[in-house]
Ligand binder design. Structure first.
Ligand code: B12
Ligand code: SF4
Length: 495
Protein backbone atom coordinates (compact mmCIF):
# COMPACT_ATOMS: atom_id res chain seq x y z
CA UNK A 1 0.00 0.00 0.00
CA UNK A 2 1.09 3.52 -0.89
CA UNK A 3 2.54 5.39 2.14
CA UNK A 4 0.07 8.17 1.40
CA UNK A 5 -3.07 6.33 0.33
CA UNK A 6 -5.72 8.35 -1.46
CA UNK A 7 -9.40 7.64 -0.91
CA UNK A 8 -12.12 8.34 -3.44
CA UNK A 9 -15.61 8.26 -1.93
CA UNK A 10 -18.68 7.68 -4.04
CA UNK A 11 -22.16 8.73 -3.00
CA UNK A 12 -24.66 7.18 -5.41
CA UNK A 13 -27.64 9.21 -4.20
CA UNK A 14 -30.67 10.17 -6.21
CA UNK A 15 -32.04 13.38 -4.70
CA UNK A 16 -30.65 16.43 -6.47
CA UNK A 17 -28.89 18.71 -3.99
CA UNK A 18 -28.66 15.97 -1.36
CA UNK A 19 -25.78 16.30 1.06
CA UNK A 20 -24.24 12.96 2.06
CA UNK A 21 -23.42 13.75 5.67
CA UNK A 22 -22.38 10.14 6.27
CA UNK A 23 -19.48 10.49 3.85
CA UNK A 24 -18.79 14.10 4.82
CA UNK A 25 -18.09 12.86 8.37
CA UNK A 26 -15.70 10.23 7.07
CA UNK A 27 -13.87 12.73 4.87
CA UNK A 28 -13.49 15.09 7.86
CA UNK A 29 -12.06 12.22 9.94
CA UNK A 30 -9.55 11.31 7.24
CA UNK A 31 -8.50 14.91 6.66
CA UNK A 32 -7.57 15.06 10.35
CA UNK A 33 -4.98 12.35 9.77
CA UNK A 34 -3.81 13.89 6.49
CA UNK A 35 -5.33 11.41 4.10
CA UNK A 36 -6.15 12.85 0.71
CA UNK A 37 -9.77 12.31 -0.25
CA UNK A 38 -12.20 13.19 -2.99
CA UNK A 39 -15.95 12.79 -3.36
CA UNK A 40 -17.68 11.63 -6.50
CA UNK A 41 -21.28 12.59 -5.92
CA UNK A 42 -23.79 11.15 -8.35
CA UNK A 43 -26.75 13.37 -7.74
CA UNK A 44 -25.51 16.26 -9.91
CA UNK A 45 -25.93 13.87 -12.85
CA UNK A 46 -29.50 13.14 -11.84
CA UNK A 47 -30.65 16.53 -13.08
CA UNK A 48 -31.84 14.48 -15.94
CA UNK A 49 -30.96 15.90 -19.32
CA UNK A 50 -33.81 15.16 -21.67
CA UNK A 51 -31.20 14.10 -24.16
CA UNK A 52 -28.28 11.89 -23.33
CA UNK A 53 -28.01 8.77 -21.24
CA UNK A 54 -27.25 9.70 -17.59
CA UNK A 55 -25.70 6.29 -17.04
CA UNK A 56 -23.18 6.86 -19.79
CA UNK A 57 -22.48 10.38 -18.56
CA UNK A 58 -21.87 9.09 -15.02
CA UNK A 59 -19.49 6.41 -16.32
CA UNK A 60 -17.57 8.90 -18.42
CA UNK A 61 -17.24 11.42 -15.57
CA UNK A 62 -16.33 8.73 -13.07
CA UNK A 63 -13.59 7.29 -15.29
CA UNK A 64 -12.24 10.79 -15.70
CA UNK A 65 -12.09 11.26 -11.89
CA UNK A 66 -10.48 7.82 -11.42
CA UNK A 67 -7.88 8.70 -13.99
CA UNK A 68 -7.14 12.17 -12.54
CA UNK A 69 -7.16 11.24 -8.87
CA UNK A 70 -5.56 7.76 -9.04
CA UNK A 71 -7.05 6.54 -5.74
CA UNK A 72 -5.69 3.59 -3.77
CA UNK A 73 -9.09 3.03 -2.22
CA UNK A 74 -12.62 3.61 -3.47
CA UNK A 75 -15.25 3.75 -0.70
CA UNK A 76 -18.93 3.69 -1.63
CA UNK A 77 -21.79 4.66 0.68
CA UNK A 78 -24.61 2.31 -0.17
CA UNK A 79 -28.33 2.26 0.46
CA UNK A 80 -30.24 -0.77 -0.76
CA UNK A 81 -31.89 1.25 -3.53
CA UNK A 82 -28.53 2.03 -5.08
CA UNK A 83 -26.83 -1.30 -4.56
CA UNK A 84 -27.05 -2.17 -8.26
CA UNK A 85 -25.25 1.08 -9.13
CA UNK A 86 -22.70 0.36 -6.42
CA UNK A 87 -22.03 -3.10 -7.78
CA UNK A 88 -21.54 -1.73 -11.25
CA UNK A 89 -19.21 1.03 -10.10
CA UNK A 90 -17.06 -1.51 -8.24
CA UNK A 91 -16.70 -3.33 -11.54
CA UNK A 92 -15.68 -0.13 -13.33
CA UNK A 93 -13.02 0.38 -10.64
CA UNK A 94 -11.65 -3.15 -10.88
CA UNK A 95 -11.68 -3.10 -14.68
CA UNK A 96 -9.69 0.10 -14.54
CA UNK A 97 -7.16 -1.12 -11.99
CA UNK A 98 -7.67 -4.32 -10.03
CA UNK A 99 -5.23 -3.14 -7.33
CA UNK A 100 -7.59 -0.40 -6.14
CA UNK A 101 -9.27 -1.55 -2.91
CA UNK A 102 -13.06 -1.28 -2.92
CA UNK A 103 -14.90 -0.73 0.37
CA UNK A 104 -18.64 -0.54 0.91
CA UNK A 105 -20.21 1.23 3.88
CA UNK A 106 -23.61 2.65 4.81
CA UNK A 107 -26.95 1.13 5.68
CA UNK A 108 -26.92 -1.65 3.06
CA UNK A 109 -23.72 -3.47 4.07
CA UNK A 110 -24.76 -2.90 7.68
CA UNK A 111 -28.01 -4.81 7.31
CA UNK A 112 -26.90 -7.18 4.57
CA UNK A 113 -23.19 -7.81 5.26
CA UNK A 114 -23.03 -11.36 3.88
CA UNK A 115 -24.53 -10.42 0.52
CA UNK A 116 -22.37 -7.30 0.30
CA UNK A 117 -18.99 -8.88 1.04
CA UNK A 118 -19.68 -11.74 -1.35
CA UNK A 119 -19.87 -9.35 -4.27
CA UNK A 120 -17.07 -10.21 -6.68
CA UNK A 121 -15.57 -6.74 -6.95
CA UNK A 122 -15.88 -5.78 -3.28
CA UNK A 123 -12.81 -6.18 -1.06
CA UNK A 124 -14.09 -4.95 2.31
CA UNK A 125 -17.24 -3.70 3.99
CA UNK A 126 -17.86 -1.51 7.02
CA UNK A 127 -20.70 -2.67 9.28
CA UNK A 128 -22.20 0.27 11.19
CA UNK A 129 -20.66 3.63 11.98
CA UNK A 130 -17.39 4.38 10.27
CA UNK A 131 -16.25 7.52 12.11
CA UNK A 132 -13.66 5.70 14.20
CA UNK A 133 -13.29 2.57 12.09
CA UNK A 134 -12.22 4.26 8.85
CA UNK A 135 -9.34 6.37 10.25
CA UNK A 136 -8.08 3.34 12.21
CA UNK A 137 -8.07 1.23 9.06
CA UNK A 138 -6.21 3.89 7.08
CA UNK A 139 -3.64 4.42 9.84
CA UNK A 140 -2.91 0.70 9.82
CA UNK A 141 -2.78 0.54 6.05
CA UNK A 142 -0.27 3.33 5.71
CA UNK A 143 1.91 1.93 8.50
CA UNK A 144 1.98 -1.36 6.65
CA UNK A 145 0.67 -3.41 9.61
CA UNK A 146 -2.02 -6.08 9.42
CA UNK A 147 -5.37 -4.34 9.32
CA UNK A 148 -7.67 -7.33 9.07
CA UNK A 149 -8.46 -7.20 12.80
CA UNK A 150 -10.01 -3.70 12.54
CA UNK A 151 -13.34 -3.73 14.39
CA UNK A 152 -16.46 -3.03 12.26
CA UNK A 153 -14.75 -4.19 9.04
CA UNK A 154 -15.21 -7.43 7.17
CA UNK A 155 -12.43 -8.50 4.81
CA UNK A 156 -11.74 -11.07 2.13
CA UNK A 157 -8.44 -12.82 2.75
CA UNK A 158 -7.10 -15.95 1.03
CA UNK A 159 -10.57 -17.05 -0.02
CA UNK A 160 -11.93 -16.62 3.53
CA UNK A 161 -14.10 -13.89 5.00
CA UNK A 162 -12.91 -12.22 8.18
CA UNK A 163 -15.85 -10.86 10.12
CA UNK A 164 -14.93 -8.39 12.88
CA UNK A 165 -17.55 -7.29 15.41
CA UNK A 166 -18.98 -3.77 15.04
CA UNK A 167 -17.35 -1.44 17.53
CA UNK A 168 -19.47 0.44 20.11
CA UNK A 169 -21.42 3.46 18.91
CA UNK A 170 -19.66 6.80 19.21
CA UNK A 171 -21.07 7.99 22.53
CA UNK A 172 -19.58 11.45 22.59
CA UNK A 173 -20.74 13.01 19.34
CA UNK A 174 -18.77 16.14 20.24
CA UNK A 175 -15.59 14.13 19.74
CA UNK A 176 -16.32 13.92 16.00
CA UNK A 177 -14.94 16.50 13.60
CA UNK A 178 -17.53 18.67 11.87
CA UNK A 179 -18.81 17.16 8.62
CA UNK A 180 -16.61 18.28 5.74
CA UNK A 181 -18.28 20.81 3.44
CA UNK A 182 -15.37 21.55 1.12
CA UNK A 183 -15.93 18.27 -0.71
CA UNK A 184 -19.17 19.72 -2.12
CA UNK A 185 -19.66 22.46 -4.69
CA UNK A 186 -20.60 25.84 -3.24
CA UNK A 187 -24.17 25.53 -4.58
CA UNK A 188 -24.89 22.89 -1.90
CA UNK A 189 -24.44 25.58 0.73
CA UNK A 190 -27.54 27.21 -0.70
CA UNK A 191 -29.47 24.09 -1.64
CA UNK A 192 -33.04 24.55 -2.81
CA UNK A 193 -35.36 25.42 0.05
CA UNK A 194 -33.57 23.76 2.91
CA UNK A 195 -29.98 25.01 2.93
CA UNK A 196 -27.09 23.16 4.50
CA UNK A 197 -27.73 19.86 6.27
CA UNK A 198 -26.47 19.10 9.72
CA UNK A 199 -26.97 16.42 12.40
CA UNK A 200 -27.53 17.50 15.99
CA UNK A 201 -28.36 14.00 17.23
CA UNK A 202 -28.11 10.37 16.14
CA UNK A 203 -30.61 7.57 16.58
CA UNK A 204 -34.38 7.11 16.86
CA UNK A 205 -35.88 4.56 19.28
CA UNK A 206 -39.31 3.83 17.75
CA UNK A 207 -40.42 0.40 16.54
CA UNK A 208 -41.82 1.36 13.10
CA UNK A 209 -41.96 -1.83 11.06
CA UNK A 210 -40.80 -0.26 7.77
CA UNK A 211 -37.70 1.43 9.21
CA UNK A 212 -34.31 -0.04 9.96
CA UNK A 213 -33.80 1.62 13.30
CA UNK A 214 -35.16 -1.36 15.22
CA UNK A 215 -32.57 -3.56 13.52
CA UNK A 216 -29.81 -1.05 14.28
CA UNK A 217 -30.83 -0.98 17.95
CA UNK A 218 -30.47 -4.79 18.06
CA UNK A 219 -27.12 -4.65 16.26
CA UNK A 220 -25.80 -2.19 18.80
CA UNK A 221 -27.31 -3.81 21.91
CA UNK A 222 -24.75 -3.48 24.71
CA UNK A 223 -22.66 -1.11 22.60
CA UNK A 224 -23.76 2.19 24.12
CA UNK A 225 -26.83 4.44 23.97
CA UNK A 226 -28.53 4.42 20.61
CA UNK A 227 -29.96 7.94 20.88
CA UNK A 228 -27.21 10.49 21.30
CA UNK A 229 -27.08 14.27 21.41
CA UNK A 230 -24.40 16.77 20.63
CA UNK A 231 -23.80 19.55 23.14
CA UNK A 232 -25.23 22.95 22.23
CA UNK A 233 -21.76 24.47 22.21
CA UNK A 234 -20.51 21.90 19.73
CA UNK A 235 -23.46 22.49 17.38
CA UNK A 236 -23.08 26.25 17.69
CA UNK A 237 -19.37 26.11 16.92
CA UNK A 238 -20.20 24.26 13.69
CA UNK A 239 -22.90 26.82 12.88
CA UNK A 240 -20.46 29.69 13.50
CA UNK A 241 -18.07 28.07 11.05
CA UNK A 242 -20.81 27.57 8.47
CA UNK A 243 -21.90 31.19 8.77
CA UNK A 244 -18.43 32.73 8.58
CA UNK A 245 -16.87 30.38 6.07
CA UNK A 246 -19.80 29.53 3.80
CA UNK A 247 -22.20 32.42 4.47
CA UNK A 248 -25.11 30.04 4.93
CA UNK A 249 -28.59 31.55 5.08
CA UNK A 250 -30.48 28.67 6.67
CA UNK A 251 -29.82 25.28 8.16
CA UNK A 252 -31.58 21.95 7.90
CA UNK A 253 -31.32 19.54 10.80
CA UNK A 254 -31.73 16.17 9.11
CA UNK A 255 -32.06 14.29 12.39
CA UNK A 256 -34.80 11.69 12.34
CA UNK A 257 -36.75 13.00 15.35
CA UNK A 258 -35.52 16.43 16.33
CA UNK A 259 -37.93 16.79 19.27
CA UNK A 260 -37.36 13.34 20.77
CA UNK A 261 -35.82 14.70 23.96
CA UNK A 262 -37.94 17.61 25.18
CA UNK A 263 -35.41 18.83 27.74
CA UNK A 264 -32.55 18.82 25.22
CA UNK A 265 -34.74 20.59 22.65
CA UNK A 266 -35.97 23.38 24.93
CA UNK A 267 -32.42 24.06 26.12
CA UNK A 268 -31.23 24.07 22.52
CA UNK A 269 -33.95 26.46 21.35
CA UNK A 270 -33.30 28.89 24.19
CA UNK A 271 -29.59 29.14 23.43
CA UNK A 272 -30.02 29.07 19.64
CA UNK A 273 -32.41 32.00 19.80
CA UNK A 274 -29.92 34.04 21.82
CA UNK A 275 -27.05 33.34 19.43
CA UNK A 276 -28.45 33.03 15.92
CA UNK A 277 -30.92 34.66 13.58
CA UNK A 278 -30.75 31.70 11.25
CA UNK A 279 -33.93 30.08 9.93
CA UNK A 280 -33.94 26.31 10.36
CA UNK A 281 -35.75 23.23 9.12
CA UNK A 282 -36.19 20.00 11.04
CA UNK A 283 -38.26 16.84 11.16
CA UNK A 284 -40.01 14.91 13.86
CA UNK A 285 -43.08 12.81 14.69
CA UNK A 286 -46.48 14.50 15.04
CA UNK A 287 -46.91 12.93 18.48
CA UNK A 288 -43.72 14.58 19.69
CA UNK A 289 -44.88 18.19 19.33
CA UNK A 290 -47.41 20.42 21.05
CA UNK A 291 -48.36 24.09 20.83
CA UNK A 292 -45.86 25.26 23.42
CA UNK A 293 -43.03 23.42 21.71
CA UNK A 294 -43.96 24.54 18.20
CA UNK A 295 -44.21 28.12 19.40
CA UNK A 296 -40.77 27.85 21.03
CA UNK A 297 -39.43 26.39 17.79
CA UNK A 298 -40.94 29.18 15.74
CA UNK A 299 -39.54 31.81 18.13
CA UNK A 300 -36.10 30.30 17.69
CA UNK A 301 -36.30 30.46 13.89
CA UNK A 302 -37.94 27.22 12.77
CA UNK A 303 -39.52 27.91 9.40
CA UNK A 304 -40.31 24.46 8.20
CA UNK A 305 -41.03 21.13 9.84
CA UNK A 306 -41.41 17.73 8.20
CA UNK A 307 -43.61 15.14 9.88
CA UNK A 308 -44.79 11.74 8.70
CA UNK A 309 -48.40 10.75 8.30
CA UNK A 310 -47.57 7.55 6.37
CA UNK A 311 -51.18 6.33 6.14
CA UNK A 312 -54.62 7.82 6.68
CA UNK A 313 -55.93 4.47 7.89
CA UNK A 314 -55.69 3.95 11.63
CA UNK A 315 -55.50 0.14 11.48
CA UNK A 316 -52.64 0.19 8.99
CA UNK A 317 -50.81 2.78 11.05
CA UNK A 318 -51.29 0.97 14.31
CA UNK A 319 -51.18 -2.70 13.43
CA UNK A 320 -49.05 -2.84 10.31
CA UNK A 321 -46.67 0.12 10.60
CA UNK A 322 -46.59 0.20 14.41
CA UNK A 323 -47.09 3.93 14.45
CA UNK A 324 -49.68 4.42 17.08
CA UNK A 325 -50.54 8.06 16.38
CA UNK A 326 -54.18 9.09 16.14
CA UNK A 327 -55.63 11.03 13.22
CA UNK A 328 -56.62 13.82 15.62
CA UNK A 329 -53.06 14.13 16.90
CA UNK A 330 -51.65 14.35 13.37
CA UNK A 331 -54.21 16.89 12.17
CA UNK A 332 -53.61 18.97 15.27
CA UNK A 333 -49.81 18.88 14.95
CA UNK A 334 -49.97 20.22 11.39
CA UNK A 335 -52.70 22.75 12.24
CA UNK A 336 -50.82 24.17 15.21
CA UNK A 337 -47.57 24.33 13.25
CA UNK A 338 -49.37 26.43 10.64
CA UNK A 339 -51.01 28.60 13.32
CA UNK A 340 -47.69 29.48 14.91
CA UNK A 341 -46.25 30.22 11.44
CA UNK A 342 -44.18 27.16 10.61
CA UNK A 343 -44.54 25.67 7.13
CA UNK A 344 -45.02 21.92 7.01
CA UNK A 345 -44.05 18.90 4.94
CA UNK A 346 -45.94 15.60 5.14
CA UNK A 347 -44.45 12.18 4.36
CA UNK A 348 -46.75 9.41 3.13
CA UNK A 349 -46.44 5.80 2.03
CA UNK A 350 -48.80 3.93 -0.26
CA UNK A 351 -48.70 0.24 -1.17
CA UNK A 352 -48.47 -0.85 2.47
CA UNK A 353 -49.15 -4.61 2.73
CA UNK A 354 -52.89 -5.10 3.18
CA UNK A 355 -53.75 -1.61 1.92
CA UNK A 356 -56.86 -1.16 -0.19
CA UNK A 357 -57.74 1.57 -2.65
CA UNK A 358 -60.09 3.00 0.01
CA UNK A 359 -57.10 3.24 2.36
CA UNK A 360 -55.14 5.17 -0.27
CA UNK A 361 -58.06 7.59 -0.45
CA UNK A 362 -58.04 7.86 3.35
CA UNK A 363 -54.41 8.98 3.06
CA UNK A 364 -55.34 11.48 0.35
CA UNK A 365 -58.20 12.64 2.54
CA UNK A 366 -56.10 13.32 5.64
CA UNK A 367 -53.58 15.14 3.46
CA UNK A 368 -56.36 17.33 2.11
CA UNK A 369 -57.37 18.19 5.65
CA UNK A 370 -53.80 18.86 6.70
CA UNK A 371 -52.86 20.69 3.48
CA UNK A 372 -49.12 20.70 4.15
CA UNK A 373 -46.88 23.04 2.19
CA UNK A 374 -44.97 20.09 0.80
CA UNK A 375 -46.21 16.58 0.26
CA UNK A 376 -44.04 13.52 -0.19
CA UNK A 377 -45.49 10.19 -1.26
CA UNK A 378 -43.45 7.07 -1.87
CA UNK A 379 -44.45 3.46 -2.48
CA UNK A 380 -43.66 0.92 0.24
CA UNK A 381 -40.42 -0.97 -0.32
CA UNK A 382 -39.51 -4.14 1.56
CA UNK A 383 -36.12 -3.41 3.14
CA UNK A 384 -34.19 -6.17 4.83
CA UNK A 385 -33.78 -5.50 8.52
CA UNK A 386 -37.35 -4.20 8.85
CA UNK A 387 -40.03 -6.55 10.15
CA UNK A 388 -42.55 -5.60 7.46
CA UNK A 389 -39.93 -5.87 4.73
CA UNK A 390 -38.71 -9.25 5.96
CA UNK A 391 -42.29 -10.51 6.06
CA UNK A 392 -42.72 -9.59 2.41
CA UNK A 393 -39.32 -10.91 1.38
CA UNK A 394 -39.98 -14.26 3.05
CA UNK A 395 -42.22 -15.23 0.14
CA UNK A 396 -40.71 -14.59 -3.27
CA UNK A 397 -44.18 -14.50 -4.77
CA UNK A 398 -44.54 -11.07 -3.13
CA UNK A 399 -41.59 -9.59 -4.94
CA UNK A 400 -41.81 -7.93 -8.31
CA UNK A 401 -38.21 -6.79 -8.51
CA UNK A 402 -35.35 -6.56 -5.99
CA UNK A 403 -35.14 -3.29 -4.06
CA UNK A 404 -31.45 -3.37 -5.01
CA UNK A 405 -32.45 -2.41 -8.55
CA UNK A 406 -34.95 0.28 -7.55
CA UNK A 407 -32.77 3.29 -7.99
CA UNK A 408 -35.55 5.65 -9.04
CA UNK A 409 -37.16 4.85 -5.76
CA UNK A 410 -40.28 6.97 -6.06
CA UNK A 411 -41.54 5.50 -9.31
CA UNK A 412 -40.41 1.92 -8.88
CA UNK A 413 -42.84 -0.70 -7.62
CA UNK A 414 -41.01 -3.61 -6.05
CA UNK A 415 -43.79 -5.52 -4.25
CA UNK A 416 -46.53 -7.58 -5.84
CA UNK A 417 -49.30 -6.11 -3.77
CA UNK A 418 -52.20 -8.39 -2.93
CA UNK A 419 -54.85 -5.78 -3.75
CA UNK A 420 -53.26 -2.82 -5.53
CA UNK A 421 -51.74 -3.44 -8.94
CA UNK A 422 -48.32 -1.96 -9.76
CA UNK A 423 -49.99 0.33 -12.29
CA UNK A 424 -52.44 1.69 -9.72
CA UNK A 425 -49.61 2.33 -7.28
CA UNK A 426 -47.55 4.06 -9.93
CA UNK A 427 -50.52 6.25 -10.85
CA UNK A 428 -51.47 7.18 -7.30
CA UNK A 429 -47.86 7.90 -6.37
CA UNK A 430 -47.39 10.11 -9.42
CA UNK A 431 -50.66 11.99 -8.95
CA UNK A 432 -50.89 11.95 -5.17
CA UNK A 433 -50.24 15.68 -4.81
CA UNK A 434 -52.68 16.45 -7.61
CA UNK A 435 -55.51 14.68 -5.77
CA UNK A 436 -54.60 16.43 -2.54
CA UNK A 437 -54.15 19.91 -3.94
CA UNK A 438 -56.96 20.13 -6.46
CA UNK A 439 -60.56 20.40 -5.41
CA UNK A 440 -62.79 17.39 -5.98
CA UNK A 441 -64.37 18.96 -9.04
CA UNK A 442 -61.05 18.60 -10.88
CA UNK A 443 -60.52 14.99 -9.88
CA UNK A 444 -62.12 13.65 -13.04
CA UNK A 445 -59.29 15.31 -15.00
CA UNK A 446 -56.70 13.87 -12.63
CA UNK A 447 -58.26 10.42 -13.03
CA UNK A 448 -57.87 10.79 -16.79
CA UNK A 449 -54.25 11.90 -16.63
CA UNK A 450 -53.46 9.18 -14.14
CA UNK A 451 -55.04 6.60 -16.40
CA UNK A 452 -52.68 7.50 -19.27
CA UNK A 453 -49.72 7.73 -16.89
CA UNK A 454 -50.43 4.21 -15.72
CA UNK A 455 -49.90 2.95 -19.24
CA UNK A 456 -46.16 3.47 -18.68
CA UNK A 457 -44.35 0.14 -18.68
CA UNK A 458 -42.97 -0.99 -15.31
CA UNK A 459 -39.29 -0.15 -14.79
CA UNK A 460 -38.11 -3.74 -15.05
CA UNK A 461 -39.78 -4.12 -18.42
CA UNK A 462 -38.50 -0.86 -19.89
CA UNK A 463 -35.15 -0.69 -21.61
CA UNK A 464 -33.37 1.76 -23.94
CA UNK A 465 -35.52 4.41 -25.53
CA UNK A 466 -38.69 3.19 -23.77
CA UNK A 467 -37.00 3.72 -20.42
CA UNK A 468 -35.80 7.17 -21.42
CA UNK A 469 -39.33 8.17 -22.48
CA UNK A 470 -40.71 6.66 -19.28
CA UNK A 471 -38.36 8.71 -17.15
CA UNK A 472 -39.12 11.84 -19.15
CA UNK A 473 -42.86 11.46 -18.51
CA UNK A 474 -42.30 10.73 -14.82
CA UNK A 475 -40.05 13.74 -14.40
CA UNK A 476 -42.55 15.97 -16.19
CA UNK A 477 -45.41 14.86 -13.95
CA UNK A 478 -43.14 15.39 -10.97
CA UNK A 479 -42.08 18.89 -12.00
CA UNK A 480 -45.60 19.93 -12.95
CA UNK A 481 -46.49 19.64 -9.24
CA UNK A 482 -44.81 23.00 -8.83
CA UNK A 483 -47.82 24.61 -10.43
CA UNK A 484 -50.32 23.13 -8.01
CA UNK A 485 -51.73 25.52 -5.43
CA UNK A 486 -50.09 25.25 -2.03
CA UNK A 487 -50.86 27.09 1.24
CA UNK A 488 -47.89 29.35 0.46
CA UNK A 489 -48.99 30.20 -3.10
CA UNK A 490 -48.35 28.37 -6.33
CA UNK A 491 -44.83 27.38 -5.60
CA UNK A 492 -43.00 26.93 -2.33
CA UNK A 493 -41.41 30.14 -1.28
CA UNK A 494 -37.71 29.96 -0.60
CA UNK A 495 -36.95 30.10 3.08
C1 B12 B 1 -30.73 11.52 6.81
C2 B12 B 1 -31.34 10.42 5.95
C3 B12 B 1 -31.64 10.72 4.64
C4 B12 B 1 -31.28 12.06 4.00
C5 B12 B 1 -29.85 12.13 3.53
C6 B12 B 1 -29.13 10.83 3.52
C7 B12 B 1 -27.65 11.01 3.66
N1 B12 B 1 -26.96 10.22 2.94
O1 B12 B 1 -27.14 11.82 4.39
C8 B12 B 1 -32.29 12.14 2.83
C9 B12 B 1 -33.48 12.97 3.29
C10 B12 B 1 -31.81 12.77 1.54
C11 B12 B 1 -32.70 10.68 2.68
C12 B12 B 1 -33.35 10.24 1.59
C13 B12 B 1 -33.74 8.93 1.42
N2 B12 B 1 -33.64 7.94 2.33
CO1 B12 B 1 -32.83 8.14 3.96
N3 B12 B 1 -32.19 8.19 5.76
C14 B12 B 1 -31.61 9.12 6.45
C15 B12 B 1 -31.41 8.63 7.90
C16 B12 B 1 -32.58 9.16 8.72
C17 B12 B 1 -30.12 8.99 8.58
C18 B12 B 1 -28.87 8.68 7.78
C19 B12 B 1 -27.71 9.30 8.45
O2 B12 B 1 -27.21 10.31 8.00
N4 B12 B 1 -27.27 8.73 9.58
C20 B12 B 1 -26.17 9.20 10.36
C21 B12 B 1 -24.86 8.78 9.68
C22 B12 B 1 -23.69 9.29 10.45
O3 B12 B 1 -24.90 7.38 9.66
P1 B12 B 1 -24.88 6.53 8.31
O4 B12 B 1 -25.60 7.22 7.26
O5 B12 B 1 -25.26 5.16 8.61
O6 B12 B 1 -23.30 6.57 7.95
C23 B12 B 1 -22.33 5.95 8.77
C24 B12 B 1 -22.06 4.48 8.42
O7 B12 B 1 -23.08 3.86 7.71
C25 B12 B 1 -20.74 4.50 7.72
N5 B12 B 1 -20.72 4.73 6.28
C26 B12 B 1 -21.59 5.35 5.49
N6 B12 B 1 -21.14 5.38 4.25
C27 B12 B 1 -19.95 4.80 4.22
C28 B12 B 1 -19.05 4.56 3.19
C29 B12 B 1 -17.86 3.90 3.46
C30 B12 B 1 -16.91 3.66 2.36
C31 B12 B 1 -17.56 3.44 4.78
C32 B12 B 1 -16.32 2.70 5.05
C33 B12 B 1 -18.48 3.67 5.82
C34 B12 B 1 -19.65 4.35 5.53
O8 B12 B 1 -20.08 5.60 8.33
C35 B12 B 1 -21.02 6.66 8.49
C36 B12 B 1 -20.57 7.55 9.62
O9 B12 B 1 -20.56 6.85 10.83
C37 B12 B 1 -31.49 7.09 7.69
C38 B12 B 1 -31.93 6.31 8.90
C39 B12 B 1 -30.78 5.61 9.56
N7 B12 B 1 -31.03 5.18 10.76
O10 B12 B 1 -29.70 5.44 9.02
C40 B12 B 1 -32.44 6.98 6.52
C41 B12 B 1 -32.27 5.83 5.55
C42 B12 B 1 -30.81 5.63 5.26
N8 B12 B 1 -32.98 6.30 4.30
C43 B12 B 1 -33.62 5.41 3.74
C44 B12 B 1 -34.38 5.62 2.55
C45 B12 B 1 -35.21 4.46 2.05
C46 B12 B 1 -34.35 6.84 1.91
C47 B12 B 1 -35.13 7.21 0.66
C48 B12 B 1 -35.19 6.18 -0.43
C49 B12 B 1 -36.50 7.59 1.22
C50 B12 B 1 -37.62 7.76 0.33
N9 B12 B 1 -38.32 6.68 0.02
O11 B12 B 1 -37.85 8.84 -0.05
C51 B12 B 1 -34.40 8.47 0.16
C52 B12 B 1 -33.35 8.11 -0.92
C53 B12 B 1 -32.36 9.18 -1.17
C54 B12 B 1 -31.31 8.81 -2.15
N10 B12 B 1 -30.10 8.68 -1.73
O12 B12 B 1 -31.56 8.65 -3.29
C55 B12 B 1 -33.51 4.07 4.41
C56 B12 B 1 -32.52 3.19 3.67
C57 B12 B 1 -33.00 1.80 3.53
C58 B12 B 1 -32.03 1.01 2.70
N11 B12 B 1 -31.76 -0.18 3.15
O13 B12 B 1 -31.55 1.45 1.69
C59 B12 B 1 -33.06 4.49 5.86
C60 B12 B 1 -32.21 3.47 6.58
C61 B12 B 1 -34.35 4.77 6.66
C62 B12 B 1 -35.23 3.54 6.76
N12 B12 B 1 -36.25 3.43 5.99
O14 B12 B 1 -35.02 2.68 7.54
N13 B12 B 1 -32.34 9.94 3.76
S1 SF4 C 1 -40.10 7.46 13.91
FE1 SF4 C 1 -39.22 7.57 11.84
S2 SF4 C 1 -37.01 7.37 12.09
FE2 SF4 C 1 -37.98 6.74 14.00
S3 SF4 C 1 -38.16 4.52 13.84
FE3 SF4 C 1 -40.08 5.38 13.08
S4 SF4 C 1 -39.80 5.66 10.88
FE4 SF4 C 1 -37.78 5.29 11.78
Amino acid sequence: MNKNPKVLFIYPGYIVGEQPLCVQYLIAGLKKIDIETRLFHLTPYRKRPYFGDPHRIIRREFMRVLHDFQPDIVGISTMTINFATTREMCKWVKDYNSKIITILGGIHPTIEPEGSIKEKNVDMICVGEGDEAVPELLEKMRSGIDYTDTASFWFKKDGEIIRNEPRPLVQDLDSLPFADRDCLESEYMDAELFGVNMHATRGCPYPCTYCQNKFLMELYKGKGSFCRYRSYENIFAELDELITKYKIKNISFSDETFSLNKKWLYGFLKEYKKRFALPFVCQTRPDLVDREMLQAMKDAGCQFINMAIESGNEQLRKNVLHRNISREKMVEAFRVAREVGIQTGAYNIIGIPGETIENVWETIDINQEINADRIFCTVFMPFKGTSLGEEMLSDEKNILMPVEDAEIYYSTITVKHKILTPRLLLGYQGFFDYYVRLSKKFHFAVHGLRYFYQLLPPVHKAGGIVRAIREMVIESVYHAKRFLPTPGGFYMKRL
